[in-house]
Design a protein around this ligand. Structure first.
Ligand SMILES: Nc1ncnc2c1ncn2[C@@H]1O[C@H](COP(=O)(O)OP(=O)(O)OP(=O)(O)O)[C@@H](O)[C@H]1O
Length: 735
């Protein structure tokens, strides 16, 4: 099966599955989400949830032309059909017609009425029905943004940016004018902006400056089911801001919580409101499961892809959900190879990776209109799972796995693990098809397997390191233990976070009445993990502030190295110029320092196989971090050639990330006793193995890897962290 070309092999059952709603027919099942109807029957605090019915839609249908290419027919309000061919950029009039065809558009009057009547709305509607793009526009067009902005939060940058772009298009304005977005280190808004899409983390940082969030008249917390830590904290913050503004007679704050798959009863109890279900679907999506459990989900996805590719019209684009960068890059290579080998019999393909570490301009490439005579194949992680619409996608292939950050309180380490998706995530993935035409979703797992998946992903706050959250809340004057959480983290997790913050010197007296130290207050001003903030706040004492600003800026961004399958050796040679024998951190610093001195950056990056966009982004981040450092009056000193100071300083923030070489050439982390190897991207990979290392991150997959590794001298540990060295019986401290 390795080529994925065997056309007789039928992976999926011929009968599509029934949606959990029970709607749809045996052969064409509509996309659906959680069993909404069952949920909606139960009263919330005695308040009945309601279903808002949309008038019947004249949904578009797909027709196949004689040359095998199908046209997407977009329904128009007068029942006419508008030919778009699914690939071109629509005109203003076409956009308006597309808007009017969305289910949410049909209930806009009712929605506006509900928004005028109630302080808080809890809205559930099918994926693709128009919640994210339309509701902010209805509110804006009805005057809700006269005294402030309408803010819409998204869990991910790519969603915030692409949705803002679409809404700006629909409003006929340039991005950053009436419609804009704000994500970490990037603000594309202006004083004219009325509709602002932003990541939940960005809104949280705004709350530190103004707990009442006075810039906003409406806040829409979208994709509530994702339950990221930031969204969970925001629920409590906006609820309190709303109450305070009411009590002080200030401009009221409307809160709207939206999702296709949230647990509406749980949210209803928390906000003490009824939930509303906006009825109406866009295009049907046929859902297919494999007949049998697949031992290799990657191969199963590849086989399914080529079965589809052989059989279906070329402009039916495909989106495949995988777990991470390595898998995506490997499959992209395989697909291109297979397509090349069989180019005589197969239509051309264009493959687009989409994952968080990819430079932003590369991420956005798959959102461009597709070509009519080749198939677009997007290979994505869960960053494409919610909110996004990738034009042209008619087929989703879901491998059913996701890489999730999990925190192990007993080891004290954060790690990435590959786990099964939840049912809610599977339905969200399915919802990425059928957005501009009917679609199909192939799941490379059986229906029985799907039923064994958990209903909802466990809220991030219950499975992650919450140090940053505890610090941010404390900066807002809130003890995490008394905060009004939708789901409260366990007392052990809270204690663990306080203990870590105390070890970093950010908090004191946490057992009785936690207080931020001066250092902690300063740390909360950086949009960074507290450990990185600590590095910056300690750097001037080590005489290396200039270097640490650069290093933290690079570590906060995405991969600066460009790998090339075709020119692997040339790339390695180019990168070797920057290699520091002391490890990856100083290597990164060498790259970035050289970049900062370069004038013709594009050419220089190209010649050195470096990513211009990511390095330019790091330069921007550095500028912003330097502004904070200057505001805090910290000396901007440099250690020059004495770069040991940088590695010593790293110990002060990353002291939980020290590992010791073992006899079998693996490493054992001092905190948590995890065994791991050096990541293949490290300068130490397959070469000299230092006795002690400090690393940025541990990745737990089939094998554990330490990412970004530098050598440290154990004597430094005793100097910089005397208690730590003693407690952990580091060799040098026992001499
Ligand atoms: N960038 C885009 N290009 C083309 N069409 C788009 C784009 N963004 C949105 N649309 C159209 O608008 C529809 C509504 O999208 P929207 O994101 O508002 O839905 P939603 O209800 O929020 O979905 P979800 O729950 O999946 O986030 C899509 O189904 C699609 O038809």
């Amino acid at each position: 099966m390795s080529t994925g070309m065997e056309s007789k092999y039928l992976l999926t059952s011929k009968t599509p599955v029934k949606s959990p709603h029970g709607g749809g027919t045996k052969t064409s099942v509509s996309i659906s989400s959680f069993p909404i109807k069952r949920k909606l029957q139960s009263p919330v605090n005695g308040i009945e949830n309601v279903i808002i019915k949309a008038p019947k839609l004249n949904n578009g249908s797909a027709t196949t032309t004689s040359n095998g290419k199908s046209n997407v027919n977009t329904p128009t309000p007068n029942g006419g059909i508008l030919h778009l061919n699914g690939k071109g950029i629509p005109s203003k009039q076409q956009l308006e017609l597309q808007r009017q065809a969305l289910p949410v558009y049909k209930v806009r009057q009712r929605l506006i009425l509900e928004a005028r009547r109630s302080e808080t709305l809890l809205l559930m509607g099918e994926t693709g029905s128009g919640k994210t793009t339309q509701i902010p526009q209805f509110l804006y067009e009805s005057g809700f943004a006269q005294k402030g902005m309408i803010g819409i939060t998204q869990p991910r940058r790519v969603a915030a940016i692409t949705v803002a772009r679409r809404v700006a298009q629909e409003q006929g304005c340039r991005l950053g004018e009436t419609v804009g977005y704000t994500v970490r280190f990037e603000d594309c808004t202006s004083p004219q902006t009325r509709i602002r899409f932003l990541t939940d983390g960005s809104l949280l940082r705004e709350a530190i400056a103004d707990r009442l969030l006075r810039q906003y008249t409406v806040l829409i917390l979208d994709e509530a089911h994702e339950r990221t830590i930031n969204t969970d904290v925001l629920f409590g913050i906006v609820k309190e801001a709303q109450k305070q503004r009411r009590q002080r007679g200030l401009t009221p704050l409307k809160i709207i919580v939206t999702s296709a798959t949230m647990d509406i009863d749980h949210f209803g109890k928390y906000f003490n409101v009824r939930g509303m279900y906006l009825e109406g679907k866009t295009y049907p999506v046929k859902v297919m499961h494999t007949k049998e459990t697949q031992p290799d989900y990657l191969n199963a996805a590849l086989v399914t892809l080529f079965q589809f590719h052989r059989a279906e019209p070329v402009n039916h684009d495909v989106l495949i959900f995988l777990t991470g960068q390595e898998e995506i890059e490997a499959m992209a290579h395989q697909i291109r190879q297979i397509a090349k080998t069989h180019d005589a019999e197969l239509s051309p393909v264009r493959v687009f990776p989409l994952y968080a570490q990819l430079p932003q301009n590369k991420q956005l490439e798959c959102f461009l209109p597709a070509h009519a005579n080749s198939r677009k194949i997007v290979l994505a992680t869960n960053i494409a799972e919610t909110s996004v619409t990738i034009p042209g996608i008619r087929c989703v292939i879901d491998c059913g796995f996701v890489k999730r950050r999990v925190y192990n309180p007993s080891s004290g380490l954060d790690a990435l693990r590959i786990v099964r998706v939840s049912q809610a995530q599977a339905w969200q993935r399915c919802g990425r098809a059928g957005r501009d035409a009917p679609g199909t979703c192939y799941r490379t797992y059986t229906q029985a397997e799907m039923e064994s998946f958990e209903n909802m992903p466990k809220p991030e706050i219950l499975r992650s390191n919450i140090c940053s959250t505890v610090l941010q809340l404390l900066a807002l004057g809130i003890d995490c233990r008394t905060f009004d959480f939708l789901d409260r983290p366990t007392p052990e997790a809270v204690d663990d976070a306080y203990r870590k913050l105390e070890a970093l010197g950010a908090v004191r007296n946490y057992k009785i009445k936690p207080e931020l130290t001066t250092l902690g207050q300063q740390m909360s001003q950086f949009p960074l993990d507290p450990r990185y903030s600590k590095l910056l706040l300690s750097a001037s004492a080590f005489g290396c502030m200039e270097e640490m600003l650069s290093l933290v800026a690079v570590l906060s961004g995405e991969n600066v190295f460009v790998s090339s399958n075709e020119k692997r050796e040339l790339a390695a040679l180019a990168h070797a110029k920057f290699t520091s024998k002391h490890g990856d951190h100083l290597t990164l610093l060498n790259v970035f320092s050289a970049f900062l001195k370069t004038e013709k950056v594009k050419l220089w990056c190209h010649d050195n196989f470096l990513n211009t966009r990511n390095l330019s982004y790091a330069r921007e981040v550095r500028k912003q971090l330097q502004e904070i450092v200057e505001r805090l009056d910290l000396p901007l000193n440099s250690c020059g050639n004495n770069q040991d100071q940088v590695r010593k300083c790293l110990l002060i923030g990353l002291f939980d990330n020290i590992a010791e070489l073992q006899r079998d050439n693996t490493y054992l982390t001092i905190t948590g006793r995890q065994r791991a190897r050096i990541h293949p991207s490290s300068v130490f990979h397959g070469k000299y193995r230092p006795e002690y290392v400090i690393f940025t991150e541990i990745v737990l997959t089939e094998r554990n890897f330490l990412r970004q590794v530098s050598e440290i001298n154990p004597d430094w540990i005793a100097d910089v962290l005397p208690n730590y060295a003693h407690l952990n019986r580091i060799k040098s401290s026992l001499k």
